[in-house]
Design a protein. Structure first.
Length: 309
């Protein structure tokens, strides 16, 4: 049986009799009952009619008993129902019990966590040697789930997000940032006290966060520096140039300066022979002439370098 997370959240502020909760959740009531707690000294205002549970009877005190009375168009059809206190005792959902049960199943550490909209803090997990937050997201749709997790998808703080079922869009976003997701319906079962099951440990196969463009450029520059130290004389000693602050970058600047000079010469001559051709077309021809990529040449040669263009 799938646990009705979203439906329970819909009624999270309701205070009703057990008979009312049973009528609302039907076959799923045994799964919900462990998470209903009595509201001390509070009785329900309505009670489902025994003959037709879809009709709510109004509850009133009657001496030491309570009487559920049909009202309106049903007043002459159904009889009053005499009830005891345990019949009209109000119950409410306890989201703390839901979190406690999930925390126990997934072996999480209890801790005070941030209160976030549409995200319920469950606990902290030290799987993979990293202590990070675990949240549960009970948003009622895939777009809502995506909007809920997007502002908080920080892999340094959040290790895992629990969903009632699989949300492809939200899962893909979180996985790309190094955060694991767990669809609860696939790993949990229900018993008389709450949830049972095992953590699927999807975080053990999570990929690292996508590398940013800046980090990627830094990584590639570092690799090029290492290569050039072995193949270009003077690179390891930091050859003099104005192009880059890194040793390998300086060596690359010295290596390509003659090609930039040759490319400028080619562009001037090409322009004299073909004055109608655009600057970009001439630069493209120059890149082919000196065996450099057009992108590289574009960084070092611009239209402003030529007074006669």
């Amino acid at each position: 049986m799938e646990f009705p997370f979203r439906k329970l959240l819909k009624f999270k502020n309701s205070q009703e009799s057990l008979a009312w909760w049973e009528e609302v959740f039907g076959r799923a009531f045994p799964a919900v009952q462990p998470f209903l707690v009595p509201c001390s000294g509070t009785r329900a205002d309505f009670y489902p009619c025994p003959d037709d549970p879809s009709i709510q009877l109004s509850v009133h005190e009657s001496g030491k008993k309570y009487r559920a009375i049909p009202t309106g168009e049903h007043a002459e059809i159904f009889e009053d129902v005499v009830l005891d206190w345990h019949d009209v005792q109000a119950y409410r959902p306890s989201l703390d019990l839901v979190s406690d049960s999930l925390r126990s199943v997934f072996n999480l550490m209890p801790a005070a966590g941030p209160q976030l909209e549409h995200l319920d803090f469950v606990g902290r997990c030290d799987c993979n040697g990293e202590l990070r937050h675990v949240f549960a997201c009970f948003a009622d749709s895939a777009p809502a789930a995506l909007n809920a997790v997007l502002p908080h998808a920080d892999p340094k703080k959040v290790g895992c997000v629990l969903f009632p079922s699989h949300h492809a869009g939200a899962a893909e976003l979180l996985h790309s940032r190094g955060i694991a997701t767990v669809p609860l319906r696939e790993c949990l079962s229900l018993n008389k006290t709450g949830f049972s099951g095992d953590c699927p440990k999807t975080c053990s196969t999570r990929r690292p966060p996508d590398i940013s463009n800046t980090a990627l450029k830094t990584h590639l520059d570092h690799r090029l520096d290492k290569i050039e130290e072995n193949v270009i004389p003077g690179a390891a000693r930091g050859a003099a140039t104005v192009r880059s602050a890194s040793a390998g970058g300086k060596a690359r600047g010295d290596l390509y300066q003659p090609k930039y000079k040759e490319a400028k010469k080619f562009i001037r001559e090409y322009h004299k022979k073909n004055p109608a051709v655009s600057f970009c077309a001439a630069r493209k021809k120059a890149a082919q002439h000196v065996s450099l990529s057009e992108v590289t040449l574009k960084k070092h040669i611009n239209k402003g370098d030529f007074d006669d263009w």
